[in-house]
Design a protein around this ligand. Sequence first.
Ligand code: ADP
Ligand code: MG
Length: 238
Amino acid sequence: MGAIRLEKVKKSFGTLDVIPGVDLDINDGEFVVFVGPSGCGKSTLLRLIAGLEDVTDGKILIDGTDVANEAPAKRGLSMVFQSYALYPHMTVYNNIAFGLKMAGESKDVIDQKVQSAAKILNLTDYLERRPGALSGGQRQRVAIGRAIVRNPAAFLFDEPLSNLDAALRVNMRLEITGLHQELKTTMIYVTHDQVEAMTMADKIVVLQAGRVEQVGKPMDLYNNPANKFVAGFIGSPK
Ligand code: ADP
Ligand code: MG
């Protein structure tokens, strides 16, 4: 399960109202992209869902339960960052296994989960390498592997491809949407890249200054943008 609902979610940093109030419904299994210009609050909204920031007000419901005051680990979500955040001194295997070890899983369970994730991500031949001996795309796959083994209710991606070159980005886009088709797990994907949003999303959430400007399928936004901002941002001719 992985239905996520935001009700009047607000976030201020001191006197700065970064998220004045967001209502949003994400269905179980949906691939949702948060898109908007730099500084509009995409990462903050994702971090609120993940529990890496506390809400100033409002509810975050995961499968009907308000988790707004729960610790990140209790929310059953896995976050994949732009900067990979891998441990350089550990092998790929141990990077992927790390969270499972911390959770006290048995060696056999860990091995089965790591091998299965490695197979999905084409990392089987790289398990004994360290991150320094991997390409950017492989490192990003290790970061995704670490998320997969925890079997989350939803994956949260914060601009995971922005450190990769253009050609690799196209490949990784296909890999991530392929992963979504295979796992059918809810994914929330943050980007400032309109092309990523249009090509990857089941549902796009367009943000500006911490507000939701429009929610809809890529072609619905393109054909019927709610306002000039959405039209301009999505590249719609209207
Ligand atoms: P985006 O991911 O869309 O680029 P962010 O969510 O990172 O935007 O930031 C939204 C706004 O909130 C920006 O004005 C940013 O400076 C501000 N902000 C983010 N995190 C903090 C923080 N910890 N303290 C103060 N301001 C912050
Ligand atoms: Mg950001």
